[in-house]
Design a protein. Structure first.
Length: 73
């Protein structure tokens, strides 16, 4: 279980794919529920990373745009 948590943190896309593939073949409802949760956490982590990247890009673009006009003669 600890390995799955570490994999989700560092490799969320691979973790999402693995959870979905394992869930498709699982018959036990309890295990399917755990795999579904694992897939949702992986997808949420991917979304959070994308949002953070967009935020950093927006801050960088705003800072660059604000500095550039002052530097031109």
């Amino acid at each position: 279980m600890l390995g799955a948590a570490i994999a989700t943190f560092f490799f969320p896309v691979i973790s999402l794919i693995a959870a979905l593939m394992l869930m498709s073949g699982q018959q036990n409802d309890r295990k399917r529920g755990q795999l579904r949760t694992w897939a949702w956490v992986s997808a949420g982590w991917i979304l959070l990373q994308v949002l953070f990247g967009v935020l950093l890009l927006a801050v960088f673009m705003t800072t660059t745009t604000a500095i550039s006009p002052a530097m031109t003669p």
